[in-house]
Design a protein around this ligand. Structure first.
Ligand SMILES: Nc1ncnc2c1ncn2[C@@H]1O[C@H](COP(=O)(O)OP(=O)(O)O)[C@@H](O)[C@H]1O
Ligand SMILES: [Mg+2]
Length: 227
């Protein structure tokens, strides 16, 4: 089942001459699949991911979430959709430094507001346990290792049980052992939890682990291979 689809998506930057960040990209992200986006630095991978994650708007083209055209939704509706259905993991964890691991995971749960305080705390606790951080809920990011911080960021991304997970070089700051742990988590989210998972990466090992590989070059999708 297709969770997210881009049809002929273009992202131009104004200016003289204008710059094309993403040029006529069409792709579909299916539930249960781990997809990677690969390509040289500057080819438009992050730009495409921001469009897919409704963090940026295309200049032209169409984006569909669960078959619904979301291209021209207003800002508030997009923000709500992101909060409910998308989980983001970036290269830099963007955890709030003065907040504990638990509080960082609680933030998006509170923002959505569908759980009461004890339920929210229990959920955050469960998510941190699931990423191997039981007992570290009370630590602030500076007291966690790089791998642990990125696992908190993954727990935070999963806070509201999103069906679409987007990663932008999520292992870019990790050693190979921690990177492998994160890749396994992404695979599990797709294969065992039936989410649509897409990850921008430089790492050939991650690309190797993917079900579908999307190769970009100069803003365009050069090839899509895999099941
Ligand atoms: N807001 C922006 N203003 C100007 N140039 C940008 C902007 N965002 C991205 N670019 C340029 O667009 C190209 C694609 O960027 P990006 O999507 O970040 O590539 P990648 O993630 O593949 O490294 C790069 O040449 C980058 O410098
Ligand atoms: Mg990038």
């Amino acid at each position: 089942m297709i969770a997210l689809e881009a049809r002929n998506v273009v992202r131009m930057l104004g200016g003289d001459p204008p710059t094309t960040l993403v040029d006529d990209a069409s792709l579909a992200l299916e539930r249960g699949r781990f997809t990677t986006i690969i390509g040289p630095s500057g080819c438009g991978k992050s730009s495409l991911l921001y469009l897919l994650g409704l963090l940026d708007r295309p200049t032209s083209g169409t984006l569909l979430v669960d078959g619904e055209d979301v291209t021209s939704l207003g800002g508030d509706a997009r923000a709500l959709l992101r909060l409910e259905r998308f989980g983001f993991v970036f290269q830099f964890h963007f955890l709030l430094p003065e907040f504990t691991a638990l509080e960082n995971v609680l933030l998006p749960i509170r923002r959505l507001g569908s759980l009461d305080a004890p339920q929210a705390a229990a959920r955050a606790q469960t998510l941190l346990g699931a990423v191997g951080l039981a007992g570290k809920e009370g630590k602030t990011p500076d007291r966690l290792s790089g791998g642990e911080r990125q696992r908190v960021a993954i727990a935070r991304a999963l806070a509201n049980d999103p069906q679409i997970i987007l990663g932008d070089e999520p292992t870019g700051n990790l050693d190979s052992k921690n990177a492998a742990v994160v890749v396994e988590m992404f695979k599990t989210l797709a294969h065992e939890e039936n989410r649509a998972v897409v990850c921008v990466t430089h790492d050939p090992n991650i690309a190797e682990a993917a079900d579908v590989r999307i190769a970009m070059l100069d803003g365009r999708i050069a090839s899509i291979d895999g099941k």
